[in-house]
Structures are given as structure tokens and as C-alpha cells.
Design a protein around this ligand. Sequence first.
Ligand code: FES
Ligand SMILES: [Fe+2]
Length: 427
Amino acid sequence: MTPMANAPIRVEDCLHTGPGTLAGQYLRRFWQPVFHGVDLAPGRTSPLRVFGQDYCLFRSEAGTAYLLDPRCPHRLTLLSAGWVEGEALRCFYHGWKFNGADGACLEQPPEEDSFCHKVQLRRYPVREYLGLIFAYLGEGEPPPFPLYPEFERFEGLLEIDSYLRECNYFQNLENALDMSHVGFVHGDNRAAFNGIGLGRRLAAEESAWGVTYSFTRADGARRVQQFGMPNIFYMNALPTDPDIGWQESLFWWVPVDDLRHIQFSLHRVPATGEARARIHARRTRRRTEMDQAHQDMAEEVLAGRLRIAEVDGSRCDMVRLQDDVAQLGQGRIADRSGERLGRGDVGVIAIRKLWTRELTALRDGRETLHWQRGPEIVPAVWGLEGGAGRAGGEGTSEQARADIEDVRPFLAIDYQLRALRGEARAR
Ligand code: FES
Ligand SMILES: [Fe+2]
């Protein structure tokens, strides 16, 4: 799978992330979110598939999450079928027991002459942060863990609103730096009618973190979005609640395999008092009201059996459906060989340039860049009613701690878990 020496690295080399692939090796060099903390109860295990590879995830009764290789080294049954004992996991088949923290074999009940010291299960460093379980899946020591103080230290709600999309992750990543799709794909959203995305008014510049992508309106107002290498986005998402307006958001696109990915999504909602109560009530209702999966509706639309205009927006997440149709319409893994890019695609071009440059360095054994998000790397946007634009992290304070709130529709959780546990398809 690794491209041959001297052959130019192309965007096609960024798409495959399974074991042994170049892009997979690159992505594994960074801490990545792989699961939602609320989806793993104390004392429970779960199979996990990310980057086309299987793992075993478990949480001790005391609450610590651990990540191990998926199969028992004895006779290779799935460890996730076993049970949790303290900070260890007991295999279902013959009861070998493994320590979560270091993967050491602690017991081999059927062996009178135990050879535990010769058995070692691989374990992966794990850290829980902002409601997400992050893991380091690469070789060697993990890099420093990146923090996002803007998303933890403020008064209000930190909403978890992740989703599953059933296409290659790189299509979603490219779509983020493509503002010219907004007026068309999301033309029904009230915030979209600002002439966003005319090509000559778009700019994409390399930053210390990745790409600073901006659009300048005719009146001089700017929308600025920050892409962080290799798969992070910090931006103001389109409004979905009258009390919130633009939603300052942090996203990671994490492949389950090459044909589907999770967008781990966090929204920063600095609302307090009555506004917070109203938002909470609407979000809670929405979790059950959303009973049509956008993934299923997208298939109907792409098959020509349904038009988006016929979908009931009170039962299906329209923004996600719209992006599903655009991105899955490209193919589950888009064949980019027939593309005709224009000035409106500067963001897409910028991401591909960084990615192919870094993958070339990795393949050739040269040092890759250490991406850093400094204080200047913040998003900006104009006010919805023509007021002042918000800078990133406004209202951040040392004392305050946001409350993490899972706002994912229950149906969306079901789809995500089936994918992350490695099941073939949600239906
Ligand atoms: S397969 Fe796990 S103890 Fe035998
Ligand atoms: Fe979109």
C-alpha cells in the first residue's frame, strides 16, 4: 500500500488509513478521538474499529478507560466478550487475565506452570477529555496531548453532537474547506444567504496549525475557519437554535474504515440562565424527534426515490442529510481523476498540498511538521443580524467549567456505535 519511492504522492494516497498504509501511519502519529465517554459505562467492554483496525475498549468499575489489542493471545477469541475485574480484563474462553494499564498477563488459570511473563498484550495510551475518549494508536511515545481551553473553561454547555457519514473521511475533510457549497447545499438555512463562497473572495493560507481559510464579504466582513492538521476543524457552524446563533465548533474526522467515518463534533454554547434552560429543553426533545436517519434518507435521495425537499426537517437532520447527498454523491471513495477544479476550490487545493507534502516527507523518512495551535488560530464570523463578529473562545475564563451535554439523537448514537463496533451496516 505504501507508494513507491520517488513516485509523486497524490491525494489518492491520503484516502486509505488501514494498517500498513501511509496515510494511516500519518494519522496514527496524532492523538485521535475514538469513542464517546458516555457510550462506555463502568465495567463494560466494547469492540472498537477505527482506521480499519480492531481494538478492545473497556472501562474499569472505578471509571478508567483502557484500550487493548482485540484478540486474546491464547487462542485468539475476542477479548471484548470477556469481563472486567478491577483494572483488568478476563478472557471469556479460558480466563486469562490482562492488566488494562500495560497489557501484562496476570493470570492463566488452566496453566499450573503459568508463563504469564512471556505473554504481552499491546495496550494503547488513552485519555478522556471534553467527553471524548482519545487514543494514541501510533508507534513509540505519544506526542504531547493537545488541549482546547476554549472548550472547557467557559460558563455554559459543551455539546457533543457527533455523527456517522458513510463515505471516505477525506471527502468530509475537503468539504469543510469548501465554503462555496454552503449557499447551494444548505441554501435553506437562514445564515447561508450571505453570498458565502465566491471564489475570488476566498483565501487559504498555511498556518502553524494547518490552513487558515477565509471568505471576505463585499462589505469587508470576514468568515475565518481554522483547519488543523491532520483532521481537525475549528469553525463557526451554521445556526441550528434561535438562542445560539453560530455554533463555535471543534470537529475531528476519524475513519472507521475507508468507506465510513465519524465526525466527532463539539459545540461551545456559552448560554446561562433561561436561555440555557430553553436550549436544553429543545435539544432534549430533538433527541427523540429525530427518528429518520439522515444516512437512510440520503440513500433514498441518491437512488432517485426521494427529493430532499420532501424530507421532514423535524424528523431528520437536514444539514447532515444535505452534506450526505453531496459527499456520498461523489462515490463512497470519490474518484478524483476526472475533477475540474476552479478558483472556488482554493481550500481543497490547500489541504491536499499540505497532506501530500507531509506524506512525502513521511515516506522518504524525513521529519514531518509539528503542528501547533497558537492563540492567533481562532475562527471568526460576522454577526447574524449584522452585528460584530465573534472571535474564538470569547468568554473563556480560568474558573468556569462547561457542563458536557450529549445532544446526539438516540438514533444517531445507534448508528455510530454499530459502525464503531465494526458491524457492517446500520440496517
Ligand atoms: S482464548 Fe483467551 S484464555 Fe483462551
Ligand atoms: Fe455542508
